[in-house]
Design a protein around this ligand. Structure first.
Ligand code: CMX
Length: 433
């Protein structure tokens, strides 16, 4: 299999590079930690390593060194599509090279071969009350698949540490292949015809997702590809990536690890913000019967802040500029459906809210993040069940966190175990400073 071969080819050089760095320069100091950071969610402490993506606070995400416009331009696309194959971004994240069309199609073929979801997983979901949040269903379905883990099977048989990455890659491919099918089933079971979706080997990941969800508009196939590419990875410290990495570091397999990542993604300060953001835009539309004036929007934003709430979709823990993932989605919407009321409101919010947040003076970044518009695009195509949106984020995020898990195993990253201290210790440190 092409992904296996390519990683195996690169591994000896990577292992040598990392071993040399740690052996010869292991005691070089890369960061210092303040009391504010220890008490402040470990913000900005450089303590994780990944070569798969990097978020520059001033420019945003780069996937293996490529910006979002470069990714959209350079990765191969299915015939007739405007957005690249999802298989192409997975190849880029895992291998670090822009794939040829054939290589991207080889990943797509692997997925098609592995997409079938065992019947008992559907039974687990059907046994749940229908008002269960879709993220609970998603996480539960992933966990239910754990018994199929190749890594865990091989681990218990006994395998050498330097081969851990091989069954992890198998799990990663199986999990990412099944994720869109599970997501589509959750959608149909909760809101639609309750049928089990069928993955068609003749279609790519994005087109399959659109068809399995039952969205007839061809444009939704491209939007699905765009959505999954943009949400795939955002370096390693964000909650979903870090939770997956942390749990995986105990040699829990890909299913345990990704289920944990999904549980973190479900929080309102992380992935759930996309559903909250669309709800906020709709409340603007309903209050003013359409696109408000700047002044009306300005007052509405202050009303939200004064009621103690955040403005969803704005602010970021790392970024200090407009998120390029927001820009890519806004451009897509303006190109394909510029007349849509919610798109126009989202654009006006982009003009007004940063100023409001600056005046409030709390948020370190008053600019929009990925969630500020993603729900608006889904809504346009008729996917209007807000609480499903974080599941879409999760399908995309599976790509990045699985690529990271494979490389963490390949490079033998150890169990995570940072040190905690007591408040009294910090007070002592402060007294001595
Ligand atoms: N609206 C109102 N206040 C905001 C704000 C917003 N959009 N963004 C930040 N603030 C406030 C914070 O609540 C914090 O207030 P307190 O000091 O009273 O606690 C203050 O500004 C400083 O926060 P910060 O350092 O700028 O931001 P953090 O790194 O702590 O948090 C984030 C980042 C994203 C959680 C925060 O900006 C936020 O809550 N945004 C709204 C929710 C959102 O869009 N989340 C999605 C993020 C992307 C993702 O992970 O999916």
């Amino acid at each position: 299999m092409i992904l296996h071969e390519k990683i195996a080819e690169q591994l000896p050089a990577w292992r040598e590079r990392v071993a040399k760095l740690v052996k010869e320069h292991g005691d070089v100091v890369v960061d210092q930690v303040t009391i504010a950071q220890v008490y402040g969610g470990m913000r900005d402490i450089k303590s994780l390593v990944t070569d798969i993506s990097f978020v520059d606070p001033a420019t945003g995400i780069k996937f293996r060194g490529l910006s979002i416009p470069e990714v959209l331009e350079q990765l191969p696309k299915p015939d007739g599509a405007n957005i690249p194959y999802v298989g192409a971004i997975f190849y880029l994240l895992l291998i670090g090279e822009v794939p040829t069309k054939e290589q991207a199609e080889a990943v797509e073929a692997e997925w098609a071969r592995r997409a079938e979801v065992p019947g008992y997983v559907y039974d687990v979901l059907r046994a749940m009350p229908t008002d269960t949040h879709p993220m609970v269903l998603f996480s539960q379905a992933v966990l239910a698949l754990e018994r199929t883990s190749e890594f865990t099977r091989r681990y218990h048989e006994g395998m050498k540490k330097d081969t851990y990455w091989e069954p992890t890659l198998e799990d990663a491919l199986n999990l990412t292949a099944k994720a869109p099918v599970i997501a589509a089933f959750i959608y149909r079971w909760k809101y639609g015809d309750k049928q089990e979706p069928r993955y068609q080997a003749s279609l790519d990941f994005g087109a399959n997702f659109a068809r399995m969800l039952g969205v007839p508009d061809k444009g939704y196939e491209d939007l699905s590809r765009l959505y999954f590419i943009l949400h795939s990875d955002h370096e390693l410290g964000n909650v979903s990536a870090h939770a997956t990495h942390l749990v995986g570091s105990a040699l829990s397999d890909a299913y345990y690890a990704f289920s944990a990542g999904l549980n973190g993604l479900a929080g309102p300060l992380h992935g759930l913000a996309n559903q909250e953001c669309l709800a906020w835009l709709i409340s603007v539309r309903d209050r003013f019967g359409g696109v408000p004036t700047r002044q009306q929007l300005y007052d509405f934003a202050w009303e939200t802040l004064n009621s103690g709430k955040v403005i969803p979709g704005y602010g970021h823990a790392v970024l200090r500029v407009t998120d390029p993932r927001f820009t890519a989605q806004l451009e897509y919407a303006k190109k394909h459906f510029p007349e849509d009321t919610l798109v126009q409101i989202a654009e006006l919010v982009y003009e007004v809210v940063p100023q409001v947040l600056k005046e409030q003076g709390k948020a370190k970044n008053p600019a929009p993040n990925v969630d500020a518009i993603s729900g608006t695009l889904q809504y346009y195509y008729g996917v209007r069940e807000f609480d499903f949106y974080t599941v879409l984020f999760g399908v995309g995020r599976s790509l990045g966190v699985m690529a990271n898990l494979v490389w963490a195993r390949a490079l033998g990253q150890p169990i995570e175990r940072p040190k905690s201290v007591t408040t009294a210790m910090l007070e002592d440190a402060a007294a001595q400073a």
